[in-house]
Ligand binder design. Structure first.
Ligand code: FES
Length: 73
């Protein structure tokens, strides 16, 4: 499913940016060489980023599982 229609960014590509260390919605667009166009996706993009960052921050030291995998458990 696309998070951003204007830039054709599926959730898979958003997760790819997060795994690469991106921690802001704006950073996701920049990671993929694009910018916000209409902005309708920003709330959803921020929700995906915030959920990932929250899980990543709560992981115990030494837990090197990917945050997406940890969130799914
Ligand atoms: S849907 Fe993402 S900028 Fe328009």
């Amino acid at each position: 499913m696309h998070v951003c229609i204007c830039n054709a960014l599926p959730e898979r590509k958003v997760h790819q940016a997060l795994r690469a260390g991106v921690r802001t919605a704006e950073g996701v667009y920049a990671h993929h060489g694009c910018d916000v166009q209409c902005g309708k996706c920003l709330p959803a993009m921020r929700a995906v980023v915030d959920a990932y960052v929250t899980v990543a921050d709560r992981r115990a030291p030494g837990d090197d599982r990917d945050a997406l995998a940890a969130a799914a458990e």
